[in-house]
Unconditional design. Structure first.
Length: 287
């Protein structure tokens, strides 16, 4: 295990609970107390850590750190399988795959979708991409981490799942903190608002399924709500937020996109039609 931040330590806990002998190393000394107490073996360097390991897990802060650790391990990686559980961009994952092939080691990318507390249990969800035979060879070990699934052989595929889901998570979190700020400006406490906000997640599961199907079919009927009504709602919220003196940059960006769709004649289309506008850069056309 290369990397002993909160997630790295959670991975070690899961591996040790399943009885797997584990060697650990971290760039910053002093983070191995818990893993060592669980019976993990310390290593003085990244190269030493991977020297006898058929399976190497890497979980560090970002792509820059990941490449630095892989470089530090050097020739010791040759012939081994590396699972990169660092949160990286799909382009970075593809570049890493090219580098791995040149340096003679096998690479799987892992996207950890759930918090540290879930790792090692059925609630822990980890997606993998890369060579299917390599995944199959280590699947039994990797199942110690939780619910695991191979989502394709393309090197950047797990990273793409990760980025898309983090997009949803962080824009949702931003919406909630922005709503709390708006409520505060109008004299409403968070405790007063929270019970009503709890109702929103309950309507999301069917909405997620419906929008996903519409996006795949590229059909966006405005039978329940439409782009024009979304523009009206966003205009109202943005106006209220501005009148409270709040930063509305995210709302303004969403409103500008929605208004462009309305101006192009897509007001009667379903709100899911905005997927096509957001995808215009890659498809080369709108709507």
């Amino acid at each position: 295990m290369l990397g002993l931040g909160p997630m790295g330590r959670a991975l070690v806990r899961a591996l040790r609970a399943a009885g797997h002998p584990t060697t650990v190393w971290n760039r910053t000394p002093g983070r191995d107390a818990e893993p060592l107490a669980l019976g993990a073996r310390p290593a003085a360097s990244a190269a030493e850590a991977v020297a006898d390991a058929p399976l190497v897990l890497l979980c560090v802060r970002d792509q820059t750190a990941a490449r630095a650790v892989l470089d530090a391990a050097g020739e010791a990686l040759r012939g081994r399988t590396v699972v990169n559980a660092t949160s990286i961009a799909p382009d970075d994952a593809r570049a890493n795959a090219v580098e791995a092939a040149a340096r003679g080691y096998r690479l799987l990318d892992a996207a950890i979708l759930t918090p540290t507390a879930t790792i090692g249990g059925p609630g822990g969800t980890v997606l993998f991409s890369g060579d299917a035979e390599t995944f199959a060879a280590h699947e039994r070990t990797l199942r110690a981490l939780g619910s695991v699934r191979h989502v394709g052989t393309a090197p950047g595929r797990a990273a793409a799942f990760d980025a898309a889901l983090l997009d949803l998570f962080w824009t949702t979190v931003h919406g909630w903190v922005h709503a709390l700020a708006l409520a505060r400006a109008e004299g409403i406490s968070g405790a007063e608002l929270a019970p009503y906000a709890q109702g929103l997640p309950r309507i999301l599961p069917p909405l997620i399924e419906d929008f996903a199907q519409r996006a795949d079919d590229r059909r966006h009927p405005g039978d329940h709500s439409n782009v024009a009504s979304a523009a009206a709602g966003l205009t109202h919220v943005a106006h209220t937020a501005r009148s409270c003196g709040l930063d509305t940059s995210v709302l303004d960006a969403a409103l500008a996109l929605t208004r462009r769709a309305v101006d192009a004649g897509h007001g009667p289309d379903g709100v899911s039609a905005l997927v096509e506008w957001l995808s215009a850069r890659t498809t080369g056309a709108n709507g």
